[in-house]
Design a protein around this ligand. Structure first.
Ligand code: FAD
Length: 444
C-alpha cells in the first residue's frame, strides 16, 4: 500500500508513526509546504519571552529523522494544490525548484491544519504586523522587536491573544488588546471573564472592547505606526493579529469532499472523509463533540495528535474509533490558570440544551492552611437530568487537576450528584475535605 500524507506536523506525523509502528512493507510519503516537521506550535509564545531557549527546542523530530530512522519519504517545501479522487493523484508545487510534482496514492490523509485569519484590512501588508503560527513567524517577531518597539497591540482576545499579551508584557512592552466583542476569552461566560479582565488590568494590559479594526497607518519607512478602528487610532509599534483560524481545505474544492463547520473536513468516527480512501485529521477536520452530540470544530493540539493516531491505525485496517472531544482547554494568563471543559451557559443556550448553573468561590488549599489561592468554580448542568454539561474554573494552582476531573466526568456523562460521590484525594495543602468542585456540585 502507498500512503500519502499532506501536512508534516501533529496530525500528519502521528498518523505516519502509527503506520510505521503497526504495519510492514508499506510506502509512506509526506508532503509538507513548510520547512519544519513535527514541532510544538503550542510552545511558540514562550520562545518570545525566553522561557523556551530556542525554537529548535520545539522540534520533536526532523524530516531527516523520519526518513532515516523510520523510512518515511519526507518532503519539505512541497505544497499540494490539487487532489484528483478518481485517479487517486495529488498535484502540487515543489518550492525548492518552482516545478510541479504529482504522485499517486492508495490511501490519502489530509492533515493540513488551519491558517490564522487575516482580514483584508487596509495596510495589513505593512512591516511590523504579524500572526503567530509557525517557527518562522516566531522568529520574525523576535527579530522585529527592539528598543524602538514599545507599544504592542494584539488584535483578538482569544487564547493566542492572551498568551502573547503575557509574553510581550514579560519582555517589558506596553500591551493593549483590541477586541471587537465585549470581553476576553469568549469561551467563558461573562461572570468568569471578569476575573480575566482583572488579571489583565493588574498587569497593566490595556483592554479596548467593542472596537472593530479597519486598517493600519505606517511611518515613512513603511513600519506600522497605529491601528485604526471604527472608534479611533491606537499608536502601535508592533501588531499581532490573533482573530481565529480557518481550516486549510480550499485546495480540495471540486473534489466533492464534504466540509462543514467553519470549512473543516467532515469525518466519521474512523477519520474517513466522504470520499473513499481519503482520511482527515487535526485542525483541518471536524471533531465529534460528546456533550453537544454533533460534529464541532475546536482546533487544538490534543485533538490533532489523537485524531492523527486514530487515522493512521484505520488507514492500515486496524479499526479504531475516535471517541470524540468534550472541549477541554487550559490557558495560563499571568498568575491565573483559565480552565474550561464542556459547554458554557452561552453554548448550552445556543444549541437549546436545558441548563442551569452554579458558581462558587473557593480555595485551592484548606482555608486554615492557606487563603492565598482563590479559585472560582462554575458548573453548568442539565436542570432536568442533572447531567453535567460543562465547567469553568479560574484560579491559580490546582485548576488543571479539577478541570480534568470534570472532563473525565463529562466523558462519562456523569451527573452533578455523582461528582459529589467521587473519592478524590485530600490533604490540606491541596484542597479542603470537600474539594472545590465537590463544593460546587453540592451547591448544585
Ligand atoms: P498544523 O500543526 O497546522 O500542521 C499542518 C501542516 O500542514 C503545516 O505544517 C502546514 O505547513 C502543512 N500544510 C498546510 N497546507 C498544506 C498543503 N497544501 N500542502 C502541504 N502541506 C501543507 N493547542 C493546544 O491543545 N494547547 C495549546 O496550548 C496550544 N497553543 C497554541 C499556541 C499557538 C501559538 C498556536 C499557533 C497553536 C496552539 N495550539 C494549542 C494549537 C495546536 O498547535 C494545533 O491544534 C496543532 O498544531 C494542529 O496540528 P495539525 O497537524 O492539525 O496542523
Amino acid at each position: 500500500m502507498k500512503y500519502i500524507i499532506i501536512g508534516g506536523d501533529a496530525a500528519g506525523m502521528s498518523a505516519a508513526m502509527q503506520i510505521v509502528r503497526n504495519s510492514e512493507g508499506n510506502e509512506i510519503v509526506t508532503y509538507e509546504k513548510g520547512e519544519t516537521y513535527s514541532y510544538g506550535q503550542c510552545g511558540l509564545p514562550y520562545t518570545i519571552n525566553g522561557i523556551v531557549d530556542s525554537t529548535d527546542d520545539l522540534i520533536a523530530r526532523t524530516p531527516e529523522t523520519f526518513q532515516e530512522k523510520y523510512g518515511i519519504k519526507t518532503h519539505t517545501l512541497h505544497e499540494v494544490t490539487k487532489v484528483d479522487c478518481e485517479k487517486k493523484m495529488v498535484y502540487g508545487t515543489n518550492h525548492h525548484t518552482g516545478e510541479g510534482f504529482e504522485d499517486q496514492y492508495d490511501r490519502l490523509l489530509v492533515a493540513t491544519g488551519a491558517s490564522p485569519n487575516c482580514p483584508p484590512w487596509e495596510g495589513i501588508e505593512s512591516e511590523g504586523i504579524f500572526t503567530l503560527k509557525t517557527i518562522p513567524d516566531a522568529e520574525e517577531i523576535m527579530n522585529y522587536i527592539n528598543e524602538d518597539v514599545q507599544n504592542v497591540t494584539i488584535i483578538g482576545g482569544g487564547y493566542i491573544g492572551l498568551e502573547m499579551a503575557e509574553t510581550l508584557c514579560d519582555i517589558g512592552k506596553n500591551v493593549q488588546i483590541i477586541e471587537r466583542g465585549e470581553r476576553l476569552a469568549k469561551i467563558f461566560d461573562e461572570d468568569m471573564s471578569e476575573l480575566i479582565h482583572e488579571q489583565a488590568e493588574k498587569q497593566n494590559v490595556k483592554l479596548t472592547f467593542k472596537e472593530s479594526v479597519e486598517g493600519f497607518k505606517t511611518n515613512d519607512n513603511g513600519r506600522v505606526r497605529c491601528v485604526v478602528t471604527d472608534q479611533g487610532e491606537h499608536p502601535s509599534d508592533l501588531v499581532i493579529i490573533a482573530v481565529g483560524v480557518t481550516p486549510n481545505t480550499s485546495f480540495l474544492q471540486g473534489t466533492g469532499i464534504f466540509t462543514s463547520v467553519h470549512g473543516a473536513i467532515e469525518v466519521n468516527t474512523y477519520m474517513e472523509s466522504t470520499i473513499k480512501d481519503i482520511y482527515a485529521a487535526g485542525d483541518c477536520a471536524t471533531q465529534y463533540h460528546r456533550v453537544k452530540q454533533r460534529p464541532d470544530y475546536i482546533p487544538l493540539g490534543t485533538h490533532a495528535n489523537k485524531q492523527g493516531r486514530v487515522a493512521g491505525l484505520n488507514m492500515i485496517n486496524i479499526p479504531t474509533p475516535f471517541k470524540g472531544i468534550v472541549g477541554s482547554s487550559i490557558i495560563k494568563f499571568f498568575d491565573a490558570a483559565l480552565g474550561k471543559t464542556g459547554l458554557s451557559e452561552h453554548e448550552a443556550e445556543a444549541i437549546h440544551f436545558p441548563y442551569t448553573s452554579v458558581t462558587i468561590d473557593s480555595n485551592h488549599a484548606a482555608g486554615y492552611y492557606s487563603k492565598d489561592n482563590p479559585m472560582k468554580v462554575k458548573l453548568v448542568y442539565n436542570d432536568h437530568t442533572r447531567v453535567l454539561l460543562g465547567a469553568q474554573i479560574i484560579g491559580g494552582e490546582g485548576v488543571d487537576k479539577r478541570i480534568d476531573v470534570i472532563a473525565t466526568a463529562l466523558y462519562h456523562s456523569m451527573t452533578v450528584d455523582e461528582l459529589v460521590d467521587l473519592d478524590l484525594s485530600y490533604a490540606p495543602p491541596f484542597n479542603s475535605v470537600w474539594d472545590p468542585i465537590q463544593q460546587a456540585a453540592r451547591r448544585a
